[in-house]
Ligand binder design. Structure first.
Ligand code: DGL
Length: 287
């Protein structure tokens, strides 16, 4: 495994180029991976995409580590068997900071992960104080601590594990009103009042860019926000190459949900706007 220092992504060695447009599986616990999916579609518009949301297991931020490894490997086995992807993007920090070694040990397909972009944040900070806004799972991972030990140097890193933001982001995409009063208390711990002010915030959960407009408005002063999605899309094209010309939209992309619940109209519309008009509900109940 190599860690891409600039991109904040973890990736496998390059895969051989397929002669046809690839199938790319983008995986998350829920709808947050759509923020990464969007950038990958831009980079490989010819690909066939499977967007998989393990909504039966959402939120991953609260899972005990051993159970989460089992859960993700189990759901991934089913998805790989059903869709035979050429590449899998784990568009979830909470899973990537824990499960990538187990996934790589079990499956031959290359995986691109998403981990908190601590190194680029530290490089950009002038005040030498950055914050990582993530899930409670991601902030307590050994992997995240190791990123800080390796790359933070003299820079203070404030880790903030939000219990509510991912669910609020999901609610917004489902068309429900999400008030500032709910978002602000989750964000404010990124800005402790002692010491130098925070000047860079890492969006360490793929759900959070869905709330970017509110986060930017509610921050007490302007900061640089780091969303890893463009770097992940670059990693994908590094691994499987640039688009094959003349193939855009050859094969229909599909969204797969592991919960049994019917999706509401607003969410179906949001998915269709992103090129995911076909939705498959394939229940994988939590044991
Ligand atoms: N989108 C996920 C992440 O990037 C996690 C949200 C959750 O399931 O708690 O960390």
């Amino acid at each position: 495994m190599r860690v891409d220092l600039l991109a904040g992504t973890v990736h496998a060695t390059p895969a051989p180029l397929p002669a046809r447009p690839p199938t790319i599986l983008v995986f998350d616990s829920g709808l947050g991976g759509l923020t990464v999916f969007k950038e990958i579609v831009r980079a490989r518009p010819d690909a066939r995409f499977v967007y998989a949301a393990d909504d039966a297991g959402f939120p991953y931020g609260r899972w005990e580590e051993g159970e989460l490894v089992k859960r993700v490997v189990n759901v991934m086995a089913r998805l790989i068997l059903a869709h035979a992807p050429d590449l899998v993007v784990v568009a979830c920090n909470t899973a990537s900071t824990l499960v990538l070694p187990a996934l790589r040990a079990r499956f031959a397909v290359p995986f691109v992960g998403t981990v908190p972009a601590i190194k680029p944040a530290v490089e950009r900070s002038r005040t030498r104080h950055v914050a990582v806004l993530a899930t409670p799972g991601t902030v307590k991972r050994d992997y995240t601590q190791e990123l800080i030990r390796s790359f933070a140097g003299d820079c203070r890193v404030t880790l903030v594990g939000s219990t509510r933001l991912a669910s609020l982001a999901e609610a917004r995409l489902r068309g429900e009103p999400v008030e500032d009063d709910a978002i602000a208390p989750e964000l404010m711990p990124c800005f402790p009042t002692d010491g130098a002010p925070t000047d860079v915030v890492v969006l360490g959960c793929t759900h959070y860019p869905l709330l970017s407009d509110s986060l930017e408005r509610l921050a007490p002063w302007p900061v640089t926000w780091i969303d890893p999605a463009p770097a992940i899309a670059r990693r994908v094209t590094n691994l499987i190459g640039l688009p094959l010309l003349g193939h855009e939209g050859d094969e229909e992309s599909v969204a797969v949900f592991t919960g049994g619940a019917e999706l509401g109209d607003a969410l179906r519309r949001a998915l269709a706007e992103r090129g995911l008009a076909t939705v498959v509900i394939d229940p994988v109940p939590v044991a």
